[in-house]
Design a protein around this ligand. Structure first.
Ligand code: PGA
Ligand code: ZN
Length: 388
C-alpha cells in the first residue's frame, strides 16, 4: 500500500507577483504537487487564508505528523485535516494549508491508481442524466478590484459552447484578440482589457458588437460586495439603491444576450438575489461570494431560491472533499456548477480536470491569454484530444 512518506511546502509566486505556497507530497514510489491560487475580491465567508510562512509552518508541524505513514487516500486525509481544525472557516491551520495538502494528496492518489486526474476524480460525483459539454466563460474586460481605473463591475465574459472545447477556446481567443485591436488599454488581473468606459453598460455594447455570432453569449461577474457601502451601490458614475440596480439588470437583460450574472448583490443579500431571479427571463444567477463553495451557505441559497448556479472555488472551503460535497449537494437541488479560478493564479491546472470530472455547466478561467490562464484552457484541449 502506498503511504505518505514526506511533504514539502514552500513559497512561490502567483500571477500578481504575490507570494503563495506550493505543496508536494511523496509516497514510496510517487509524488504530486499543488500550487495555491489566491483571490482579491474575496468573500467574507471564505476559508481563512493564512500568510504563506504560517501556512507552511502549519503544514510541516501540525499536519504532516498526523498524516505521515497514512494511506494515500485524500478523503481519509481530509477527515484528519477537518479534525485538526474544527473552526467554521479554518482559521486555526488555514484554508490554504489544508487545501494544499488535500489536492496534492488527491493528485498523488490518481498517480498511485495510474489514472489521468479527471478520470480518477469522476467517480466522486453523482452522474448527470445527460453528459453535456462545458460553457467556457472567458473574462475579456476587467473592472472592480481587478483593474484600477476600470468600471465597477468586475468581469465581462464571452460565453462559448462550440462543437468542441478546442473550438470554443480558439474562437474565444480570436474574439479576445479582436477586442484588443479596438482598444488601447492595460490588462487587469485576469488578463481582460481595462478600457476607459463611461459606465458599466458600455463594455456590453462592445462585446455585443464583437461577438456577432448568435451562439456566443455574454456574462457578468458584478462582484457587488466590492462597491456596496451603507446600503448603496457605488458604480463608476452613479450611486444606485437596490431597486435601481435591480432595474438596471433587467434593462441589461432586455438589451443584450446576457446568459450569466454572478454576485449581482452583496454577499449577504440572499433575498435580493431571489427577488431578481424571479424577474429575470433567461439570465442565470450564479453565487460566488454569496455561497463560497460552502454547503451551509448553499442550503440558505436553496431555501431562498437565490441562485441557478454555484461557483466552485476549492480554496473558498479548504478541502477537496468539501468541494465535492458542495457540488453534489447543489446537483441534488437542481443547481449546476461553474468551476472557477482565482484572480491570483498559478500554473496549476487542477481545476480544468475538476471541471471535466464533475461535468460542470461552465468553466471560468479568465482571459484566453497569460500563462496561468492559458494553462487551464490548454489542459482542457489536452483532455479532449485524449493525451492525458
Ligand atoms: P477573486 O475574484 O479571485 O479575486 O476573488 C474572482 C471572482 O470573484 O470570481
Ligand atoms: Zn465572483
Amino acid at each position: 500500500m502506498e503511504k505518505i512518506k514526506n511533504i514539502a511546502a514552500y513559497k512561490i509566486l502567483d500571477s500578481r507577483g504575490e507570494e503563495t505556497i506550493k505543496v508536494k507530497i511523496f509516497s514510496q514510489n510517487f509524488f504530486a504537487e499543488f500550487s495555491l491560487p489566491q483571490g482579491k475580491s474575496k468573500g467574507k465567508y471564505e476559508a481563512c487564508y493564512l500568510a504563506p510562512e504560517k501556512a507552511i509552518e502549519n503544514i510541516k508541524k501540525i499536519i504532516f505528523p498526523k498524516i505521515k505513514n497514512k494511506e494515500v487516500n485524500f478523503q481519509k486525509i481530509d477527515q484528519i485535516l477537518l479534525s485538526l481544525d474544527k473552526t467554521p472557516n479554518k482559521r486555526k491551520i488555514g484554508g490554504n494549508a489544508t487545501l494544499g495538502v488535500s489536492i496534492a494528496c488527491a493528485k498523488l492518489q490518481a498517480k498511485v491508481e495510474k489514472k489521468p486526474l479527471f478520470l480518477f476524480l469522476e467517480r466522486f460525483f453523482k452522474k448527470k442524466k445527460k453528459k453535456k459539454s462545458l460553457f467556457l466563460l472567458m473574462n475579456v474586460i476587467n473592472g472592480g478590484l481587478h483593474a484600477k481605473g476600470g468600471v465597477a463591475f468586475q468581469e465581462y465574459h464571452l460565453i462559448l459552447k462550440e462543437k468542441s472545447l478546442k473550438e470554443s477556446v480558439f474562437l474565444g481567443a480570436k474574439l479576445y484578440r479582436k477586442i484588443g485591436e479596438k482598444l488601447e488599454t492595460n490588462i487587469g488581473d485576469e488578463g481582460g482589457y481595462v478600457p476607459q468606459m463611461q459606465d458599466e453598460k458600455e463594455p456590453l455594447f462592445l462585446l455585443q458588437k464583437i461577438k456577432k455570432r448568435k451562439n456566443v453569449s455574454l456574462g457578468l461577474d458584478v462582484a457587488a460586495s466590492s462597491f456596496f457601502k451603507n446600503g448603496k451601490y457605488f458604480l463608476k458614475n452613479k450611486t444606485l439603491n437596490f431597486d435601481e440596480l435591480l432595474n438596471f439588470y433587467l434593462a441589461i437583460e432586455r438589451e443584450f444576450d446576457l446568459l450569466y450574472l454572478e454576485d449581482p448583490f452583496e454577499e449577504s443579500g440572499f433575498e435580493k438575489f431571489s427577488l431578481l431571479r424571479k424577474k429575470l427571463k433567461k439570465t442565470l444567477i450564479c453565487g460566488d461570494d454569496l455561497t463560497v463553495t460552502n454547503k451551509e451557505r448553499l442550503k440558505e441559497a436553496i431555501k431562498k431560491s437565490a441562485i441557478d448556479l454555484l461557483l466552485v472555488k476549492p480554496n473558498q472551503i479548504g478541502t477537496l472533499s468539501e468541494t465535492i460535497e458542495a457540488i453534489n449537494f447543489a446537483r441534488e437541488n437542481n443547481i449546476d456548477v461553474v468551476v472557477s479560478h482565482r484572480s491570483g493564479e498559478t500554473e496549476d491546472t487542477f481545476i480544468a480536470d475538476l471541471a471535466v470530472a464533475c461535468n460542470a455547466w461552465g468553466a471560468k478561467f479568465g482571459a484566453p491569454a497569460r500563462g496561468e490562464r492559458t494553462a487551464k484552457y490548454n489542459r482542457l484541449i489536452e483532455i479532449e484530444n485524449g493525451y492525458f
